[in-house]
Design a protein around this ligand. Structure first.
Ligand code: SAH
Ligand code: SF4
Ligand code: F3S
Length: 485
């Protein structure tokens, strides 16, 4: 690689972004071409994404850059360039990455030219980077969450110098836009509206690895969505760790409710989703906007984390059980057919049986459509990691199982409520398990499987929900259906 790089054009590298990155992409493209000639085959890349929708969206941007550099996407880790976009929200997310790295050792031995890179939330932790430098020395590039747009530059640096390239920033720089993106689905897309988080829930590592809250300007968001729609996107998901506090730090503050109203006006767009809402910031104005905007899906993910007001305070969530329940009531009064989902943590330090009963009580009262339940995981550097009374694993696991049962029971009852109705389904893919079937989602985010064909993918189809299977439906497309779009 060193020799090859010497023959690369001496194009001047501009200092401004994104021009600088495009210059590195051109240089890398030359390198790719030379290596392809030398190997007599195309170069492949593989991105493995861990974690949430933010990381999924980041990976689309990373893949866009790789394709621009001439790489072909592969679904195998036996690729010329392997990138893990990591998550560190819970310890098992870290362990998955180490597991994958362990398997890469032998693959890289067979293909020494292979380049291995790690990025994302876990890389923002100095202890993880140290461990990788020490125990996984075959890793070539490490970068974090704040400089993913620099992938081409970092790869170029790695190609021209032999040592491991490590570039992790403590804080975010400017938001760099206008880089290539390779979307997973042609018909739906995530759209970042803000980055980072200022909430510092006492158990959570995200504010430390994603930095302070930064909102994008509404005009940039609207322009991106318009562009996506012109490319055929009909559903977007507005992404942020706490979308309800969107716009507060902008020069000209704009509320999330106002942003929703503006996005709702975009012609050609059919569906709007958003993730994630923090209960403390969910305003009545937002409820009204959700009710009034016809494109906003009838689904709200509203993480409760715990039903105990005592624990919620220690978690620094800044609402009580009563305030949360009252909020749910206001939402349901305004939008009766809304599907509600949540996140719950079990085994937070100091959680007593009484605290846990309060959580069960919330599950029984709210009757969620579904809930993600997590065992508390200690994250070094967060206030909760140093708290006394860490709950014994066995107690936490027992509570976790009891919670899961309650969630399944209540959700099972709730989920049947649309049985027999006809709902619009955005078809996402062919069904893997049943030939002649396709799979899509209702506005309430329920999965529906029904007899259909590839031509339906990416279209909104009215489907009768014939049979509830607990968390999904079997359906039948309406006769004389009129395919919207
Ligand atoms: N910003 C989002 C959540 C991001 S993390 C929000 O505030 O709702 C997704 C979920 O992971 C959280 O809602 C929480 O339930 C869970 N989580 C975060 N830190 C955790 C930890 N240390 N242990 C277990 N679960 C955790
Ligand atoms: Fe973590 Fe709380 Fe921020 Fe969500 S709002 S990312 S749980 S600190
Ligand atoms: Fe994980 Fe980072 Fe998302 S820690 S949950 S990938 S913001």
């Amino acid at each position: 690689m060193n020799q090859l790089s010497e023959t690369i054009s001496s194009e001047q590298i501009p200092s401004g972004e994104p021009e600088r990155q495009y210059a590195f992409m051109r240089k890398m493209r030359e390198l790719t071409r030379q290596r392809e000639e030398a190997f007599g085959r195309p170069l492949t890349c593989r991105i493995q994404t861990f974690g949430c929708q933010m990381n999924a969206r980041d990976s689309e941007k990373l893949l866009g850059i790789l394709k621009e550099m001439g790489y072909h996407e592969s679904d195998s880790e036996k690729a010329d360039f392997v990138l893990y976009n990591t998550c560190t929200v819970r310890d098992n997310a870290d362990q998955k990455v180490y597991g994958h790295l362990g398997q890469l050792v032998s693959i890289k031995k067979k293909n020494p030219d292979m380049v291995v890179a790690l990025c994302g939330c876990m890389m923002q932790e100095a202890s993880a980077v140290e461990k990788i430098k020490k125990s996984y020395r075959f890793v070539d590039i490490i970068f974090g969450t704040h400089n993913i747009y620099k992938l081409a530059e970092l790869m170029y640096r790695q190609a021209t110098q032999k040592a491991m390239v490590v570039d992790v920033w403590d804080a975010a720089g400017d938001i760099v836009e206008e880089l290539p993106v390779e979307r997973k689905y042609p018909f739906k897309s995530g759209v970042n509206i803000m980055f980072g988080c200022n909430n510092f829930c006492s158990y959570c590592i995200v504010p430390y690895v994603r930095g302070r809250e930064r909102s994008r300007k509404p005009e940039d968001i609207i322009a991106e969505i318009r562009e996506l729609v012109s490319q055929g996107v009909i559903e977007i998901m507005l992404l942020g760790q706490n979308v309800n506090s969107y716009g507060k730090n902008l020069e000209k503050p704009v509320s999330f409710a106002e942003l929703l109203r503006q996005v709702n006006e975009i012609e050609g767009l059919k569906r709007i989703r958003f993730m994630t809402s923090h209960p403390k910031d969910l305003s009545d104005d937002l409820i009204a906007a959700m009710r009034d905007c016809d494109k906003v899906c009838r689904h709200l993910h509203l993480p409760v984390q715990s039903g105990s007001s005592r624990l919620l305070k220690i978690m620094n969530r800044r609402y009580t059980k009563e305030q949360y329940l009252a909020l749910v009531e206001r939402i349901r009064a305004a939008i009766p057919d809304i599907a509600l989902t949540t996140d719950i943590i079990v085994g937070f330090p100091g959680e007593t049986e009484e605290d846990f009963e309060e959580t069960l009580d919330v599950v029984r009262r709210v009757r969620y459509d579904s809930a993600f339940t997590f065992l508390y995981s200690k994250r070094q550097g967060t206030p909760a990691a140093d708290m006394q009374d860490q709950v014994p694993e066995e107690t936490a696991k027992d509570r976790f199982n009891r919670l899961l049962k309650e969630v399944q029971r209540t959700a099972g009852e709730v989920c049947g409520r649309y049985g027999g109705a006809v709902q619009d389904v955005l078809v996402e893919c062919r069904n893997d398990h049943r030939q002649g079937y396709v799979t899509g989602r209702t506005s309430g985010n329920y999965l529906v499987h029904f007899p259909g064909d590839d031509f339906m993918i990416g279209k909104i189809i009215p489907v009768r929900l014939v049979e509830s299977k607990g968390f999904y439906y079997m359906g039948m497309p309406e006769k004389n259906m009129e395919v919207q779009q």
